[in-house]
Design a protein around this ligand. Structure first.
Ligand SMILES: *Cc1c(COP(=O)(O)O)cnc(C)c1O
Length: 232
């Protein structure tokens, strides 16, 4: 059954998939190396159902309340839930109860509650250290020098798996330059944590640069779902 919205999502998803395929071809990378996470924040569960019908397995959300309600409603669909938003320490244990991957671990205070939530849920939680590429505190992220100690803390915490790094390109920055710096941080981290292979970078506007710079996971919202209402 293809409603208007289902057809629209199918079209935009196909456009993004071909952008990713073209970017991989130009970068000499295999498409299977790059996973597109569809960031569905602010959009209804019905959209996620359409996306699941279209073969999407990885979805991203950025607010605990919204994410947990959607994950509960779609529990039977076998989706992988990526928490990509800023994380408050008093919400961290709750997020660990439904998320498969948390992309935004940017300070040590989050580690214990994430670990507790993961252990209570009885399943391991993949964690990415979010790296700040411009030290803008409003966007979150650990400074590059803070990454190693934070990563060590994640790796030591029972229930958590250190899976890699994540970043958002700074506003107005050249995304190739920003994502190259992220790639250097990721390479350094893999010297001490060889399993930390995920590099989450690239959104609707800069996914080509992220693919060029070695991203393994793209987080794409608007290019697939359309524009979001402005954040309150
Ligand atoms: C919303 C969001 C995205 C998706 O951004 P688009 O520009 O809609 O593709 C990616 N990453 C994070 C952390 C987000 O909050």
């Amino acid at each position: 059954m293809t409603s208007g919205r289902g057809a629209e999502l199918a079209l935009r998803l196909a456009e993004v998939r071909s952008r990713v395929a073209a970017a991989c071809a130009r970068a000499g990378r295999r498409e299977q190396e790059v996973t597109t996470i569809v960031v569905t924040k602010t959009f209804p569960v019905s959209d996620i159902r359409h996306l699941a019908d279209l073969g999407v397995r990885d979805v991203g959300e950025s607010k605990d309340q919204e994410a947990s309600a959607k994950a509960a409603e779609l529990a039977s669909r076998g989706l992988r839930w990526h928490f990509v938003g800023r994380l408050q320490s008093n919400k961290a244990a709750h997020v660990a109860g439904y998320a498969d991957v948390v992309h935004s671990v940017d300070r040590a205070r989050l580690v214990a509650p994430l670990g507790r939530g993961a252990r209570e849920g009885g399943r391991p939680l993949d964690c990415l250290v979010q790296v700040s590429l411009d030290a803008d505190p409003s966007r979150g992220g650990a400074r590059p020098l803070e990454v190693a100690p934070l990563a060590d803390a994640v790796a030591r915490e029972p229930g958590l798996r250190l899976a890699g790094v994540m970043a958002v390109a700074p506003r107005g920055a050249d995304p190739d330059e920003a994502f190259s710096r992220l790639a250097e941080v990721a390479a350094r981290l893999r010297q001490s944590h060889p399993g930390a292979v995920m590099v989450s970078a690239g959104m609707s506007a800069d996914l080509e640069a992220a693919v060029r710079c070695g991203a393994t996971h793209l987080r794409v919202g608007r290019a697939i779902l359309g524009s979001r209402p402005p954040l309150q």
